[in-house]
Design a protein around this ligand. Structure first.
Ligand code: FPP
Length: 268
């Protein structure tokens, strides 16, 4: 007899009572990556400090996780702090470090009850040890959850991740543990932060910017890009569901060709 499936709490409903759109299961993206952009502008528009925008972004993140669970997304990546974000003012960097730590502390039990496994993606270098500690504790608490994996991308950069993988592979080759001939696209995948992370299907960026900004470069090579105008604190699960509906209409070819259907009325 197979063991009973784990029972998790259902996430809270959207305040409007909105329910996820009914889409055929194969059209739901397995892995959604979100660039949570526009917090600073949201705050500026209200005459508030940039940090108030980040604070307002916490509820948006939780609502998006709830919506991802409701529609059946199994992997969600959130770009919380990039390797380029160290260029911000020392005050903002300090705030973002402390904020990441407190968001994790505040939300980990809820995420755990919903069956979310938290996995940290990013570099240790420069990252505050107290943030690393918090990330590792959240990983440990949620490690056996199977409903969804939430990749917290903190001190992540796509190029940094690839360079770190190259460094490790070169060291392994020098030690005779890897033969350069054996390195392929799929074996290289195993040298990135999480070898089990599936490729990104839907890459969602908020705030109207149309860039990928060094987020999951390798994993998002064939992602469908959806850009929405909402600033991150104004984003909720309804925005996510709209993006998924758009994704469901896309024709993914991965470099292959599909002939246009012949019009029998056109003659030869
Ligand atoms: C970008 O907006 C947003 C960030 C740099 C941080 C977002 C992080 C969170 C909402 C939550 C983090 C949670 C955890 C657990 C790590 P921006 O400042 O670039 O906005 P702007 O383009 O309008 O200036």
């Amino acid at each position: 007899m197979s063991p009973a499936a784990p029972v998790y709490d259902e996430p809270y409903d959207h305040p409007s009572g909105a329910r996820p759109p009914q889409l055929p299961r194969p059209t739901i993206p397995r892995h959604v990556a979100v660039v949570m952009d526009g917090n600073g502008r949201w705050a500026n528009q209200r005459g508030l400090p940039r940090t108030a925008g980040h604070e307002a972004g916490e509820a948006a993140l939780l609502d998006v996780v709830a919506g991802a669970l409701q529609i059946g997304v199994t992997h969600l990546s959130a770009y919380a702090f990039s390797t380029e974000n160290w260029k911000r003012s020392p005050e903002e960097v300090r705030f973002l470090m402390g904020f990441s730590r407190s968001v994790l502390r505040r939300q980990r039990d809820t995420l755990n009850a919903w069956g979310v496994r938290i996995v940290w993606i990013g570099r240790e270098q420069r990252l505050w040890s107290s943030v690393i500690k918090e990330l590792k504790e959240a990983e440990e608490l949620t490690r056996s959850n199977t409903r969804m994996t939430l990749y917290m991308c903190v001190n992540h950069g796509g190029r940094a991740e690839i360079v770190d993988g190259v460094r490790e592979i070169v060291a392994a080759a020098r030690a005779g543990r890897v033969s350069p001939r054996s390195i392929t696209e799929s074996s290289f995948r195993g040298w990135l932060n999480d070898p089990d992370m599936p490729d990104v299907d839907l890459f969602l960026r908020t705030s109207g910017e149309q860039r990928t900004s060094n987020f999951l470069l390798w994993e998002a090579a064939y992602a469908e890009l959806v850009f929405v105008p909402e600033l991150w604190p104004d984003v909720d699960r309804v925005v996510l569901w709209r993006a998924i509906t758009e994704y469901a209409r896309r024709d993914r070819r991965y470099g292959g060709a599909v002939d246009a259907p012949q019009d029998p009325a056109a003659g030869s």
